[in-house]
Design a protein. Structure first.
Length: 433
């Protein structure tokens, strides 16, 4: 029996992956109605691909996935042109090999998975039985979306999995998908598919991000009927979309701020309601809504990191507690959290007073800054500040990336360990609203 079953839940109450674009994800999304509406309005009204920017862990991917799902359900019920989420989330890397193939395989699968829905809505599609037979063949079902295995980009063709399953050349599959999309979605008013290009910050410099997006401008970003939403942190999206070649293709970012603290307890209430359905077992959440709000505050309003720490506390709670009421669990959480903060402070080692002043100023600055803001920290140049940032990096209190093309990007930020050390240095005082 899992720890969650013992506690009265069917699965991990504090899971950190993005919410899925389905009914469950829609029920669990909290406090984002305005942003959902803004995204839906964008892909219904404008020709540019939408972008979302915000801190790591703020909930960008969850927002887009649920917004697309809700739009699909609402349009289907109202008999309006459909918006349908693509069934896979994509991440860009510096290398383009295999990316286009993964996109078209996902589009093919999305067409097949939603064929009944599309036909009931009046969309005319070509015969996809051969495509379905090929994708569902034993050979291909186990291969996922691997471009190298399936032959995209290498001049190869899809061989038959059996004497009856058809093969597709790479160009043939692309044309089959594109022709269906063009026929179904001849204009924006006819609906379309929504896809997510996630974690743009993995392209570490704005120059690299611009290059990849420019490469995709006349390819993936021009596939008929596809509304892409680009998601990124640390200012990477805003820096990248300034390219003249991308003007008119990619919109300025929607800035996703941390979830309002008044909405945070509802995150856990909904998860308790969603997952606490074990018959005959009273749910016993180790971190209840009030305790989760405390974690969220200490960890600088980062939802994903707060969920991660709630999960870590659950491991400790399962080994060390003997039950108890809500008040007892909150006290145990505080004991565990202060122990964690003390341990991370000890791991940081002995730092100079000047280094700690840089750390404290970065906290006052909101937890992140760009290298170009060195004067706010009392330095005459970026180079003069860099050794202190490097010391804090070595202590795992800050993390930074170098972007020589855009020194304004806020690429220096406090780590989760750093926020816990700040909690210790504050005397374990609860952060205020």
């Amino acid at each position: 029996m899992s720890v969650w079953e013992r506690l009265g839940f069917r699965e991990n109450l504090y899971a950190t992956p993005p919410l899925p674009g389905n009914e469950e994800g829609s029920r669990l999304l909290v406090g984002r109605d305005a942003e959902v509406e803004e995204l839906q309005d964008h892909w219904a009204s404008y020709d540019t691909h939408a972008t979302v920017e915000g801190a790591n862990g703020v909930g960008k991917t969850s927002l887009v996935a649920v917004a697309a799902y809700r739009d699909m359900v609402a349009r289907e019920a109202a008999r309006k042109p459909l918006i349908i989420p693509i069934g896979e989330i994509f991440q860009l890397t510096s290398e383009a090999e295999g990316f286009t193939s993964r996109v078209y395989l996902a589009l093919a699968r999305t067409l097949l998975d939603n064929q009944d829905r599309l036909e009931k809505a009046g969309y005319i599609m070509s015969d996809l039985s051969g495509l379905r037979q090929w994708l569902d063949s034993p050979t291909n079902k186990t291969k996922g979306a691997s471009g190298s295995v399936l032959g995209f980009g290498g001049g190869g063709s899809y061989g038959a999995a059996s004497s009856t399953s058809p093969g597709f050349t790479d160009n043939g599959l692309i044309e089959l998908v594109n022709s269906n999309l063009r026929n179904m979605f001849p204009s924006r008013a006819a609906g379309g598919f929504v896809g997510i290009l996630d974690n743009m910050e993995l392209l570490s410099t704005s120059k690299e991000a611009r290059r990849r997006l420019e490469e995709m401008r006349d390819g993936v970003l021009s596939i008929p009927g596809i509304r892409w939403v680009l998601c990124g942190a640390n200012g990477i999206v805003r820096s990248a979309v300034g390219s003249p070649r991308l003007t008119g293709r990619i919109a300025d970012p929607l800035r996703l701020e941390p979830l309002q603290r008044t909405a945070v307890p509802e995150v856990i209430r909904r998860r308790i309601s969603e997952y606490g359905n074990q018959i005959g077992v009273t749910p016993n959440p180790p971190v209840e809504p009030e305790g989760f709000l405390h974690l969220y505050r200490v960890l600088n309003n980062n939802l994903r990191i707060a969920l991660k720490h709630a999960g870590e506390f659950t491991k400790w709670y399962d080994r060390n507690s003997e039950g108890g009421g809500s008040e007892d669990r909150l006290k145990l959480l505080e004991v565990w959290l202060t122990d964690q903060a003390d341990a991370y402070a000890a791991d940081a080692g002995s730092l100079t007073d000047r280094t700690w002043r840089v750390f404290d100023e970065l906290i006052i600055f909101g937890g992140s800054c760009s290298p170009s803001e060195f004067e706010h920290f009392g330095f005459s140049s970026r180079e003069a500040m860099r050794p202190y940032i490097k010391t804090l990096e070595d202590a795992n209190l800050v993390i930074s990336a170098i972007d020589e093309d855009d020194s304004r990007r806020r690429t220096i930020e406090i780590t989760p360990n750093g926020w816990l050390v700040q909690y210790m240095r504050s005397g374990y005082k609860k952060p205020t609203d």
